[in-house]
Design a protein around this ligand. Sequence first.
Ligand code: ADP
Ligand code: MG
Length: 633
Amino acid sequence: MARVHVLPEVLAHKIAAGEIVERPASAVKELVENSLDADARRVVVEVQDGGRKRICVRDDGIGMSREDAQTAFQHHATSKIATFEDLTAIRTLGFRGEALPSIASVSRLRLRTVDREKAGDGSNPGTEIVYEGGVLRDVRDVAWHQGTEITVEELFFNVPARRKFLKSEPTELSHVTRQVMHYALAYPDVEFELTHQGRSLIQAVRAQTFAERVYQIFGDQFLQNLAEVDLTREGIRVHGLTSLPHEQRTNASHQFLFVNRRVIKDRVLNHAVRQAYQDLLPPTVYPVTLLFVEIEPGEVDVNVHPCKTEIRFRDSSRVHSAIYHGIEEALLRHRVSLRSLSRPLSATQLESPYPNPDAGGPDSAAALVGAPSGGHSGQGYPGFQLRSFNQPGLMYQPAGSDNRTVADLLYSTPAKGRDQVDPHGDNSIPETIHISGTPLVLGQFVESFIVVTERDSVLLIDQHVAHERILYDRALRSMGEPDGTATQRLLIPAIQRLEPRQAAVFEHVRDQLNENGFEVEWFGDNTIVVKGIPAMAGNCDAGLLLSGILDDFTANEELGGSRSGGIQRFREKLAINMACRAAIKINTPLTVDKMHWIVDTLLRSENPYTCPHGRPILLRLGIEEILRGFKRI
Ligand code: ADP
Ligand code: MG
């Protein structure tokens, strides 16, 4: 018997379907794309159980005749391209003629449609078609007055291996929500609705402008820190919105990239965004970007992957540079130079001859905190106000701190105790150089960094991230204790509007939140009311705290997970968010006592070097570097 044989058709189709329909969100994507290609002005998506149980997509588009509707379930049946030339310049979202048969082969599917041209003349009733696991079950007349509706039930009911790999309800729902959000953003002139189990997650009427659509999806706070991008370069237009550097997200969940209104994943494009922000944002934080690339269809190949989310550019460096410069130009209009933030101060930089203090070059103190270079001096880097060094009135030196080091010998200056420092003395530089085993707080730089000398180095401590680390450790510790999650009730409950994906996960994490010190419940579709927050969150903005936590969950790989591991991760997320919101901000003057408390507590922490997000807490300038800088060694 021959070993090589052709697979039965049904099996082959199931295999092909696996490439296109990976999860409920991919079915939603294909169906919504079909509606948009069919010129719909309104697209309604309803899902149950995160789409695992039921997905329904309804539109008011051109619909299909009985004949077309039946043909549409054939493999490679499409109305969108006819010749090879068409394939080289695709203007529709679909073109492969694979989605409907694929979805039909792995679910129970019902289509109802009517041809727009024939609708209403009484002669042509609508068509209903039912498929089950790729087998045609029924074709019949149905009273249907407009557009097309496709209902997909029990996705993968006949592919148990696939069904097993579906994630939890909130995870799948989060993916579905993201897909619908994407298309809602790309097509502001189309009305979108998404509901889950009857609860509305997206409700966006037809909008006149992109900004209006962004407002509908994300709310008004969202637009505040965004700059408008619009640049055309070498035939490529990049437009949309991008965030100013002080808008910092701890995950990439607010990065949306489109090419010819198609949602795509592309390393080159992501890299361009990353690079544009490289000197403005620490490596572990992400900007908010909603960017549309418009390019001649002939310049891109979308026929790379069955999902059509990967594309190939004829010249990707041009696209890269259009995005980079688009962002650069938008930020420059807001007076942010992409190269304004300095690298860590190092001995080599110290060595550069005659740094010009007015130029604000990379060597200047101003550059260290990201002051804008050149013409913008005095303006201040967004988020920072340059103020002078805030030296404590009284030098604080802890007791028992005269264990002297090698460096003492180099300087051979006698160490003095605190009593010998005259707080009211003249402004001359104190003769004492304090070098000791215990950190000595010298003061505060630009009301944002604490300057400390230690045994053999000078430390610059970012007061915000330092405090964040301290609060994070404390929050995690106390959440482990039996009565560690005391609630502080708010005098005035906070009403917070949620973004669609936040609303999608809120339902799932509500109980856990309430078990961990929150008092929070639904207030209406997409809004929640916060009546209490954990006592340890201090007096931070309750609404923002919650939306931050929910954002973290939407960006999360898998929600739910194993119960115990899940709880630990849940608590870590809570702790990170509470710490970040409650920590003292930069540009805040601190008393000596506070500075000392921060330094002391921080240095006792298990990890005083990085904050829970992975950002550095302190910069250290060692005695060796200093001596080398002064050409003493
Ligand atoms: P493709 O979108 O690649 O053409 P599909 O399998 O997704 O392939 O759809 C097959 C055909 O069915 C489409 O080309 C289109 O003519 C028709 N069709 C699918 N969905 C709709 C819809 N919602 N409204 C009108 N026609 C549709
Ligand atoms: Mg399609």
